[in-house]
Design a protein around this ligand. Structure first.
Ligand SMILES: Cc1cc2nc3c(=O)[nH]c(=O)nc-3n(C[C@H](O)[C@H](O)[C@H](O)COP(=O)(O)OP(=O)(O)OC[C@H]3O[C@@H](n4cnc5c(N)ncnc54)[C@H](O)[C@@H]3O)c2cc1C
Ligand code: SF4
Length: 515
């Protein structure tokens, strides 16, 4: 290895975790190498064509993983600069304060995090600024108090969504505006980067107006001469020195050739499933069960939420373009008839016939799907799944990923679905359940890995966690994991803002360490 292959920091992966960390460390002047297995998402008209994106999966990872029984499936994930944030719906929620403590669910206990909400709050605020979150503080009855407003006002409801909001209020509920990372300027549309289109959730933004970690993480980081990024650079393995305490080589496959890099500090941010897989694949004599896996926690406790999509069919058409503006947390902690958490209700991007076709029987007539799509109001329900040692990422002999997952803690989720059904019926809508994989355009539920987390969890006890509170591996001196892997529990809101805020928190720790 030449001296030119040595850096102060190597960051592997450019998603919510890696991209945010890169932007935080870049101004330090330290030499930073970013390794990303994918390329930039090509900007082209297909970015916004649902047939190409949802039906044909044009930008999805072309990879097969296996389930518990060895059956292959195609995961709903993306390998590109910006990771899955290029495709996310940009709903940027903080976890509830209670999510950081122990929560009693019907299906068991959700464990406490080693850091508190109060420790995370300043980083949430910084992440909300970096990712230009649009929201109205104080509307959501479950959110912790925060004196600073969101950097931008909430994205307004379109008329049909406003009607829905008003109907829910009439029923006694407290709907609120979803905090969103879209660069929309409603006061001055001529100057607004975002054009408020109907292909946001699940699509890359053709005009780069979505707050993703390429546009607001990697691109600003690369403005600094000390930062280099290699794309199409897939990290295959991490090697350690003889003591096993230090990663001294990062092995990369790049466009058919093998390259080796090293750094004083190595950060893995490949997404919860790929980070666990990389650590497991990097087993050596000192780390026989995988790198940093003395606790046997690497790959375990995989979580992805209990998610459902519910289409409420309205007699009047729903011409909404940007639908993802309403959410409801009234059942987050409990309901009048159930003293355990149920979960969170929000919207998905407006479905069209092509999106519906991805979850419909093969011969469903286009006209019927079109009528359904023009009349539907499309809800997204999320409930917490609990960490379980048997829900895990493994690596097969041929190097491919195996994912074992059995759903748990379902009663709260089922009750949430029933609550929403009775609410939509009470306001004159008809309910139709769709498979949760519709969100990702795939028919196999296990493939719905959008909210993957928890596979390399952090904690103060090295026998029950793989990372310490700074997301450094307990067993190694220079190896960190800064993506959704560190979650000790999944909460019932979308994960990205928590991954971003944590990356800023770890970034501060690393800057101190690098001084
Ligand atoms: C359709 C969709 C909608 C979503 N909507 C929302 C939403 O509205 N709100 C929200 O909070 N969350 C949402 N999510 C989830 C959110 O996108 C993820 O939680 C977040 O992107 C995870 O960040 P991460 O850093 O853990 O991983 P990722 O963003 O997945 O980034 C991992 C990166 O590592 C790279 N990589 C992987 N392996 C290697 C390797 N071996 N070598 C080099 N590079 C590697 C990948 O290519 C990728 O760039 C959505 C996800 C999807 C798919
Ligand atoms: S223009 Fe706005 S609504 Fe459309 S994809 Fe981009 S950020 Fe989303």
């Amino acid at each position: 290895m030449t001296a030119s292959n040595h850096y102060d920091v190597i960051i592997i992966g450019t998603g919510a975790g890696g991209g945010t960390l890169a932007a935080r460390l870049a101004p330090s002047g330290k030499s930073i190498l970013i390794l990303e297995r994918g390329d930039y998402v090509r900007r082209e008209k297909d970015n916004w064509i649902s047939k190409a994106v949802v039906l044909e999966g044009k930008y999805k990872a072309h990879e097969a993983w296996r389930d518990r029984d060895g059956n292959e499936f195609h995961p709903g994930t993306n390998y590109n600069v910006g990771g899955n944030t290029k495709f996310y719906g940009a709903a940027l929620f903080r976890f509830r304060k209670e999510d950081f403590g122990v929560i009693r669910h019907k299906g068991g206990l959700s464990p406490a995090w080693p850091v508190s909400y109060d420790e995370m709050a300043p980083y949430y605020l910084r992440a909300e600024h970096q990712y230009q979150v649009h929201g109205n503080r104080g509307e959501d009855p479950t959110e912790a108090p925060e004196s600073a407003p969101y950097p931008f006002p909430a994205v307004s409801h379109e008329p049909r969504m406003q009607e829905l909001h008003d109907d829910l209020v009439r029923l006694g509920h407290q709907p609120f505006h979803v905090p969103l990372g879209v660069m929309l300027n409603e006061k001055n549309s001529a100057k607004s980067p975002c054009i408020r289109c109907n292909t946001c959730d699940g699509f890359p933004c053709l005009v780069n107006a979505k707050s993703d970690s390429q546009v607001l993480g990697i691109d600003p980081a690369l403005q600094h001469a000390n930062v280099t990024m290699l794309t199409n650079a897939r990290v295959q393995r991490l090697n350690t020195d003889a003591s096993g305490m230090t990663v001294n080589a990062v092995q990369v496959e790049r466009e058919g050739s093998r390259e080796t890099y090293s750094a004083d500090i190595v950060v893995v941010a490949c997404g919860a499933i790929n980070s666990a897989a990389l650590l497991l694949k990097s087993a050596n004599e000192k780390h026989r069960n995988g790198l940093g896996n003395r606790s046997d926690q690497v790959g375990r406790n995989y979580m992805c939420h209990n998610n459902s999509t519910l289409l409420a069919i309205s007699r009047t058409p729903n011409p909404t373009i940007f639908q993802k503006t309403i959410a409801l947390n009234d059942f987050y902690h409990r309901s009048d008839d159930f003293d355990f958490p149920l979960g969170h209700i929000s919207m998905i991007g407006k479905t069209d016939a092509d999106v519906l076709r991805s979850g419909a029987p093969k011969f469903a007539p286009h006209l019927a799907l079109d009528t359904l799509a023009t009349h539907s109001i499309d809800f997204w329900l999320t409930s917490e799944d609990l960490p379980s040692a048997d829900n895990r990422v493994l690596v097969d002999r041929d190097g491919s990923i195996r994912l074992h997952y059995t759903q748990n803690n379902l009663e709260g989720h089922e009750r949430l679905v029933q609550k929403l059904k009775s609410m939509v019926n009470a306001i004159g809508l008809e309910d139709h359940m769709m498979h949760n994989d519709l969100y990702l355009g795939k028919k196999i539920p296990l493939a719905g890995v959008a909210h993957q987390c928890g596979t390399v969890r952090f904690g103060d006890d090295p026998t029950t966690s793989a990372l310490d509170r700074n997301c450094k591996m307990h067993d190694l001196d220079n190896l960190y994991v800064v993506d959704g892997s560190f979650f000790a529990s999944s909460s019932a809101v979308n994960p990205a803002l928590t991954i971003m805020a944590n990356a800023l928190r770890v970034g501060d720790h690393l800057l101190e360490r690098l001084q």
